[in-house]
Structure formats: structure tokens, C-alpha cells
Design a protein around this ligand. Sequence first.
Ligand code: C2G
Length: 132
Amino acid sequence: MRRVLTFGTFDLFHIGHVNMLLRAAELGDHLTVGVSSDALNFSKKGRYPVYREEHRMAIVASLACVHDVFVEESLDLKGDYIREHRADVLVMGDDWAGKFDHYRELCEVVYLPRTAEVSTTDIIQSIREDLA
Ligand code: C2G
């Protein structure tokens, strides 16, 4: 059994998220997803996600390609998460390319290309413009 681990916020869940999770799942037999906590997002981006943590977790957990979800409390705990979830492969979007290469001593590290022209930030922006 090849176990895949990936991470993300998955706020305003969109097609880029679906594509990433489907492609991550194809790299193994079991997909675990670490969903960033609200607090982690606030510390990273200076704002809370639109959808709160439990809802983002429930959305990701409802997908057929996802077998397990947990809350990612810190960006720096990836080594612990890899061990805890016995990951064979860590999958990240290529916006993180090179950033997690040091985990290659624990598991395979794969960066997948992001889906072009869709992002949570753009969705928020376009809703703001429509309502302005
Ligand atoms: N993604 C994608 N294409 C997009 C947007 C996102 O492939 N157009 C991917 C990202 O590369 C990531 C996943 O979807 O793999 C989740 O994206 P975000 O919610 O934006 O993740 P992020 O806030 O970068 O959180 O430990 C790392 C963090 O938890 C990553």
C-alpha cells in the first residue's frame, strides 16, 4: 500500500483543488490530506479563511479520492506528519517547488503543476467587484 500525503487550506473549494487531489491520489493507494487550521492561515496570510476549519475539513473528507484528513497546525511539522501518517509520498503544488526537498530523507517528494487561472484570492476579488 503506497500512502500519499498532501496539504492545503482548500478555502472556497474550487477546480484547482479537485485537480490537485485527484492527481495526488493517482500517485498511490491511500490519500491523507492535512487541512491548514484557521490559526495557521491567520499567521500565514493575515486573514482567516472564508470557510472555517471544520467545514473545509468536511468538504475535503467527502471526496471519493480522499481517505483521511487531519488539521495541519504548523507548516514546520511536516516531518512529524509524514512519520505519523506513514507517508511514502509527499505531494505539493509547484508554488512550493524546492521548499520541501529536505523531507526526501523521509519519503518521496513530488511537486505537481497548479491549475492555471483559478485561485481562492481571485474568487474573493471577483465576488467583491460584483458586489461593489
Ligand atoms: N492548487 C492548484 N491549483 C490552483 C490552486 C491550488 O493545484 N489553481 C493546489 C495547491 O498547489 C495546493 C492545493 O491546491 O496543493 C491547496 O491549495 P491552497 O488551499 O491554496 O493551499 P495553501 O494555502 O498553499 O496551503 O502546508 C502547506 C499549506 O497547507 C498549503
